[in-house]
Design a protein around this ligand. Sequence first.
Ligand code: SAH
Ligand code: SF4
Ligand code: F3S
Length: 451
Amino acid sequence: MQIKLYIKTYGCQMNEYDSDKMADVLRAGEGMVLIDNAEEADVILFNTCSIREKAEEKVFSDLGRARILKQGKPGLLIGVGGCVASQEGDTIIKRAPYVDVVFGPQTLHRLPQLIAARRASGKPQMDISFPEIEKFDHVPKSVPIGVEGAQTTHGSAFVSIMEGCSKYCTYCVVPYTRGEEMSRPFADVLREVESLTAQGVGEITLLGQNVNAYQGVTEDGDTVDFAFLVKVVAAMPGVQRLRYTTSHPREMSQRLIDLYATTPKLAGHLHLPVQSGSDRVLAAMKRGYTALEYKSVVRKLRAARPDISITSDFIIGFPGETDADFEATMKLIDDVGFDASFSFIFSPRPGTPAAEMADDTPYAIKMERLHRVQARIAELERRVSDAMGGSVQRVLVENISRKDARELAGRTENNRVVNFAGSSGMLGRYVDVRILSGTMHTLRGELVTRP
Ligand code: SAH
Ligand code: SF4
Ligand code: F3S
């Protein structure tokens, strides 16, 4: 009988990517099958996130539900991985003693051994160490598209190029949960891209917490940077469109910016989180740039690619953020003209320097600021959607609607989802779509050419 595996993923794309790797490892090593219903599972894994308090709390409430399932099915194996596991370690087992295995983002490839040890010993097992980048050497090759468990939507795939972060922004847990920056060797990245394009994947997203800090070792022992990697990957014949996320404003080298002028395959959308528009707050966050420096990066990007769409993350209510600081953020939003952004209220994370900083802004004021930012961002997003009306966009067809097989969904160059009528044969292909009308997040369009 096959062992049924259910994985719940929280957090960022790095975690989505890791969950696919967990499924790959357990499918190959243990013959498990991935299912999407926790009630029927024999193994339940939670791939957790601790970026904000709310994300972390969700895990414990979901664990409570898994415990009830386990009461009815004593053989059920429960595992906790990801950033909460990395940060909390055996506290998880203390708080939830029915958990069988605890593993970190860097040890997911050891899941088969951890599970075996759990079965043999009858005791919970934990491994949250940060071994050198070995995880990439131990996960089986990606599953082809269309096959259950493939880590791609149609035609598009993520390729992890680095792990961890060494920036230590004062509010952030990532350097602690994922360890310091570690780049994947250059040839490994190229090999994975090659194997994906050979399977028909045309759009590649290079993935990492800080991709533009990439320092990959080549087979000759040289080190190459991110701009070089982008240039080489974009030149690969099977690659039709190239994206990357997330990047840090401090690492936008002129050579990387110049690629927007010379490399049409590089998508005209960049997620470049600024966090705040106040220099005082940026310094307290240790972001390593001023608002002016950020704007100068954006100016250079627009000189290279005039219609580039820039999105950002914002932290609202950082300790000590005054009204004037907040107004500086509002001003930066208008100055830059962001297209779609995420904004969050500062969440003090245990063990980070910002959690110790004096924070006397009442929560109600923070909420008010958040609402203002979100309203302004929504307005700008709306404006971009409206401006897209009537234009013809090159869209990669990624999904078919579950309800109606003639309803397709794809993403434009600037990362907007468009729904339009077509046929399932177009999955994974690029088509031209005329944008009819805009709504906030999803656009409506019609096909103009048939592939
Ligand atoms: N490496 C990326 C983003 C990592 S986390 C970068 O540096 O831009 C994703 C987003 O979560 C961050 O951009 C930030 O806006 C938000 N975030 C991180 N820690 C936070 C905290 N303690 N409270 C609120 N938001 C936080
Ligand atoms: Fe966190 Fe800063 Fe690293 Fe981004 S750059 S992951 S916010 S420490
Ligand atoms: Fe969350 Fe860890 Fe990603 S804290 S955002 S899952 S790196």
